[in-house]
Design a protein around this ligand. Structure first.
Ligand code: PHE
Length: 463
């Protein structure tokens, strides 16, 4: 977008809501719980929170400040900070390009479940094997992928972003209330399996919250660290240029630190709460073995929770999937918008043309991701211990390899070339207090780059 056309947010609330709309999405509700379950609950959560307040805060501040300082899209913003680092921009736009197709596949799963609950088939969805049966079909997941992608493209094309900003004010609080309500109900669950073992929601809660260090190997610890870091990037939408773009719309008199704290708090709270809702329920119904269920976890466990609620569960199920769909669309819109606007900037074509190209691309790759569960099924072992299908491979390349790499490059750019002062000056230019200033400097210069370097080695399987 050219500088003359550059709009700006109406106030800090507009900025916070839009950034939160991008941040809060399937990452919080679908991805966080399944990683927490896979990586020994409590330990993952502990690491995630420590990373969020140190590392996440550092990166989020850096990107939003780069955006506001340069007033440019990520494609050119990095070049403006330093000529030699211009390449970060184009590589950063590669990340949303990888994410978009598979994000829309999962968005399609959400649409399918919403439809299932609306048509009163919730009980069937609670049955064992329903989810696997569904994704093994060839046609249906592709149709629902197109539905979700169509919704996303319509928003990007229709320019109804303002409307979304407004509805966020209503929908986000409802989502929060629902998630809290369902979490509380999850704690009251109890189930006796075929072997006569009874597990309760409170047993599950312990697994979710209490770190278990017993027999923990160094490798497992490192894997948990790597997963938590990848999740953090994904969840707060950093290391892909999106927050640079948002930063470029922030007014010069907005108190960025305050806004950033609000965005992070909200994003982390929703993720933790989604975990409360899903992880104990998985433990209750499927035991320890169910915890490594991976991407399907939310779709397998929640219908069982709704079923256990009886009649009310049918309505809560509908409401829940509507809210998740909304959160997913606000995020996928920001993913798609990042690619569409980069293509417009780079090749000087119209918004419509650019959106059509991106949509066709996302359908092609989305279909490949869908076929990964049937026609193109394989089982690949990833360095983070997960058994991967095509979706997981895409997810791994963007979140565990490209994002840490981009974050590392950003740390070097700001820590050593442009110097942390560039960011600190931008953030405090209206005399704001920067409470974690020293932490920021230490993080961006030392802790973050070292950690990222080792994580990267681990992610590509060298360590
Ligand atoms: N942060 C979003 C989520 O948690 C996903 C997302 C990824 C959004 C990449 C924008 C860019 O669901």
């Amino acid at each position: 977008m050219s500088e003359t056309k550059r709009g700006s947010f109406t106030g800090s609330l507009g900025f916070v809501l839009s950034a939160a709309g991008s941040a809060v999405g399937l990452g919080n509700i679908w991805r966080f719980p399944y990683l927490a379950a896979k990586d020994n609950g409590g330990l993952f959560i502990l690491i995630y929170i420590i990373l969020a307040v140190s590392f996440g805060f550092t990166l989020l501040t850096t990107e939003i400040a780069i955006g506001r300082k340069t007033k440019q899209s990520p494609l050119t913003a990095y070049k403006k900070i330093n000529k030699k680092f211009g390449w970060i921009g184009p590589i950063a736009t590669l990340v949303p390009t990888i994410i978009l197709p598979y994000y829309c596949v999962i968005g399609g799963w959400v649409c399918k479940y919403l439809f299932t609950f609306i048509t009163g088939e919730g009980t069937a969805a609670a049955g064992d094997g329903y989810f696997t049966g569904y994704i093994s079909e060839t046609a249906q997941p592709i149709i629902w992928l197109c539905v979700f992608l169509g919704l996303t493209a319509a928003v990007v094309l229709g320019g109804v972003n303002k409307g979304i900003e407004k509805s966020s004010r209503i929908i986000m609080p409802i989502l929060l209330v629902l998630v809290i309500g369902i979490s509380v109900f999850s704690m009251t669950l109890s189930y006796t399996d075929a072997e006569g073992v009874t597990r309760t929601g409170l047993d599950g809660l312990k697994v979710y919250l209490i770190p278990n260090f017993e027999g923990l190997s160094f490798k497992q610890f490192f894997i948990t660290l790597m997963d938590a870091m990848g999740q953090l990037f994904f969840s707060i939408s950093v290391a892909m240029g999106i927050m640079v773009a948002y930063g470029s719309y922030v007014n010069d008199d907005t108190n960025m630190i305050k806004s950033i704290n609000q965005i992070e708090f909200f994003d982390t709270a929703i993720a933790l709460l989604a975990g409360f809702m899903i992880v104990p329920a998985v433990f209750v119904f499927m035991g320890q073995d169910g915890m490594s269920g991976g991407p399907g976890l939310m779709f397998i466990s929640l219908p069982k929770v709704f079923e256990a609620m009886g009649g009310a569960g049918k309505i809560i199920g509908i409401l829940f999937f509507i809210m998740v769909l909304f959160a997913a669309v606000t995020s996928s819109v920001s993913v798609m918008e990042a690619i569409v606007s980069s293509i417009m900037d780079r090749f000087g074509i119209s918004r419509i043309k650019s959106a059509v190209i991106v949509t066709v691309y996302a359908i092609i790759f989305g279909v490949i991701v869908c076929l990964g569960y049937n026609k193109l099924y394989f089982e690949l072992s990833l360095p983070n211990g997960a058994t991967a299908q095509i979706l997981d491979v895409f997810d791994y390349i963007s979140n565990n390899i490209l994002m840490p790499f981009l974050a590392l490059a950003t740390c070097i750019l700001i820590g050593y070339v442009a110097k942390p002062k560039t960011i600190i000056d931008e953030v405090t230019k209206n005399g704001e207090k920067f409470g974690r200033k020293n932490l920021y400097i230490v993080m961006i210069k030392f802790v973050a780059p070292v950690l990222l370097f080792f994580l990267l080695l681990q992610a590509i399987g060298i360590l």
